[in-house]
Design a protein around this ligand. Structure first.
Ligand code: SF4
Ligand code: SF4
Length: 194
């Protein structure tokens, strides 16, 4: 596995973001019928190439949302009360009313090792991030539009999918495609902090 160079990654992501987002939009509108299977297979490929311990960019540049269960679990792990945990580290967003980190990088990231110091009790968002093969893929794929800018694994996932689906969708003959309606959009579980 290659060591991730975040500076090079940021330049590459900036260059490719428009094309990647256009591709994601197409997948949302006209998902190929094997998209879920394709995502599972591509997710496996990505993790053969990417080592998160050489990156941790999600923990450096983004914040998870902490659900009440997350707060209770993490506070208990740290022998604190949920109120003290929130007081010390979190802030409630005005619009979404979610509890998020006050600071970046995340206070629980060990910057010398890129490891999470509350790993066993980390928020659900962190445990599932970057949700590459989360089913149904069509309902979650919109979150990659932001994550391609922060997460090398997401970037590689879209790059591989784009390659596998080259030329998709075929404009004139849509007979082989299963077109699914809009469905519910889940909001992005981990959000970037500018
Ligand atoms: S809780 Fe752990 S995994 Fe989640 S952002 Fe912080 S350091 Fe990263
Ligand atoms: S999930 Fe993405 S951003 Fe987070 S450490 Fe892994 S490659 Fe980096």
């Amino acid at each position: 596995m290659k060591k991730i160079n975040l500076k090079t990654f940021a330049i590459k992501a900036e260059e490719k973001k428009k094309g990647f987002r256009r591709f994601i939009n197409k997948l949302e509108k006209q998902p190929p019928k094997n998209l879920n299977e394709l995502a599972i297979e591509t997710d496996k490929q990505v993790w053969q190439e990417i080592d998160c311990t050489t990156c941790a960019n999600c923990c450096k540049k983004m914040t998870p949302t902490f659900t009440p269960k997350d707060i209770k679990r993490a506070a208990t792990f740290l022998h604190m009360t949920p109120a003290a945990f929130k007081e010390k580290w979190l802030v409630k967003q005005k619009k979404e009313k979610d509890w998020v980190n006050r600071q970046q990088p995340c206070q629980f990231l060990d910057l010398s090792t890129n490891l999470c110091t509350i790993y066993e009790a980390r928020p659900y968002d962190c445990a599932g991030f970057p949700h590459l093969a989360k089913q149904k893929v069509k309902d979650y794929i919109h979150i990659h539009k932001q994550n391609i800018m922060y997460c090398p694994a997401t970037y590689r996932f879209i790059e591989l999918l784009k390659d596998k689906l080259k030329g998709y969708p075929v404009k004139k003959d849509l007979s082989g495609l299963k077109i699914i309606g809009k469905g519910n959009k889940r909001k992005s579980p981990i959000i970037p902090v500018e």
